[in-house]
Write a protein that binds this ligand. Structure first.
Ligand SMILES: [Zn+2]
Length: 409
């Protein structure tokens, strides 16, 4: 397959349009990370590189792959995980208690997924609209669905039909969109005067601080800083009212913007200063991460090679998009026999472009695993706890990243 037709190289910064860009982190080429397949099949591999904007200090992927290739021909709803549901409930309470969402507010959510967040506003909102290509897959009498990608064009139709909205929410969706100007133009078009724009998104701060390189994949185009998104939003008349660091995905931000001119509060200036301690030397920090991760990868591979020579059976736990990033970057696609994951929609699928099948953890004992590599390393404790009765006694557990280690049990 000629991958060139599906891939656009970025030559300017998504936010400030500067052409002064520098590659700061390079992964080995990999297929689309979430594209787990029903059959073993060769899939095209794409560059996965981070590009740093020297002007506004924003980080983006160096390429954008055609969304039809990234998301496939079908759309499925990712059920919001238990942790995220609690997180959204807290967010909803906060927005109501702080008076941002008032009685009879009109709310529109972009990238609403399975509608988890909007359901918490049912008793207070006059009109809730979910905009998401998968929105038609969930039904709720009080939430109106628009099964489409949000755009400036779509905003005109929404405005004609429903008027303006006091609150617009875009959680965990901004990083996946290339043309942010079009999105912001659309939001500006339908947000009421003094209305609020709530955005939760993964951050560059999280990547650098916690070495979250497995949160970097082709779907994830942007790695925001407070400063870069604040400046970009001001172009459209949105001023930052609040910002909060969240532990979601290991390092996200919640931004609350208002459609009104605001002076930057001291608390926000302080958050920018705090962030700058990490992101102020992005080039240097990524260089260091690349060096450390390379050393770690060599150690991990040496370990695997030795165990394979000894005829040991090695499997992995976690079959997510992040696992694909790690498996390809470690170059271990031929060293891992199986993957186990509690997510049943992944059962019996193959990790993109590999022969590694995803298996129900309930069947683990049958496979007689010697070493289990926990690719979902941030959830090591949860995984071991949740599945402890399922593992063979002899199985040893390996955490591959950020530092390869064998767990003492
Ligand atoms: Zn820039």
């Amino acid at each position: 397959m000629n991958t060139k037709n599906f891939e656009i190289k970025k030559t300017s910064c998504r936010l400030c349009k500067s052409k002064d860009l520098k590659i700061v982190y390079k992964f080995k080429k990999s297929p689309i990370g979430d594209d787990y397949q029903k059959k073993i099949k060769k899939t095209p591999k794409f560059d996965l590189k981070l590009q740093f904007c020297k002007k506004c200090h924003f980080v983006q992927l160096s390429n954008v792959i055609d969304p039809d290739v990234v998301y496939g021909n079908y759309i499925y709803v990712t059920q919001t995980s238990h942790g995220l549901s609690t997180h959204f409930k807290n967010l909803a309470n906060y927005l109501i208690n702080s008076g941002i969402i008032k009685h009879k507010s009109k709310i529109l959510e972009i990238g609403s997924n399975d509608g988890t967040l909007l359901k918490f506003f049912k008793s207070i909102s006059n009109l809730s609209i979910a905009v998401d290509p998968a929105a038609h897959l969930f039904v709720d009498k009080k939430v109106k669905n628009i099964a489409d990608h949000f755009s400036h064009k779509l905003s005109k139709e929404i405005l004609d039909k429903y008027g303006k909205f006091e609150t617009i929410i875009a959680n965990n969706v901004l990083a996946n969109i290339d043309n942010l100007d079009d999105i912001f133009k659309g939001i500006k078009n339908i947000i009421s005067k003094n209305g609020h724009l709530i955005i939760e998104t993964f951050s560059l701060y999280g990547v650098l601080k916690n070495n979250l390189i497995d949160n970097i994949y082709h779907e994830h185009l942007s790695y925001f800083t407070i400063k870069s998104l604040k400046k970009f939003s001001e172009k459209y008349g949105f001023y930052l009212k609040e910002v909060k660091f969240l532990s979601v995905k290991g390092g996200s931000y919640r931004f609350i913007f208002q459609n009104k001119t605001l002076k930057t509060k001291k608390i926000i200036k302080n958050s920018i200063i705090k962030e700058k301690r990490i992101t102020g030397s992005t080039i240097k920090k990524f260089k260091e991460l690349q060096r450390l991760n390379q050393i770690n990868s060599t150690k991990f591979n040496k370990f695997l090679d030795k165990k394979i020579k000894d005829k040991k059976i090695i499997a992995g736990f976690g079959a997510s998009v992040g696992t694909t990033t790690l498996i390809y970057d470690f170059a271990v696609t031929n060293k891992i026999k199986y993957l186990f994951d509690n997510e049943k929609r992944r059962f019996n699928l193959f990790c993109p472009g590999t022969k590694i099948k995803v298996i129900n953890p309930k069947k683990i004992k049958k496979y007689n695993i010697d070493y289990m590599v926990i690719f979902a390393w941030r959830y090591t404790k949860v995984i071991l706890e949740r599945n402890k009765k399922l593992f063979n006694k002899k199985t040893k557990f390996v955490v591959p990243h950020p530092q390869f280690r064998i767990l003492k049990m």
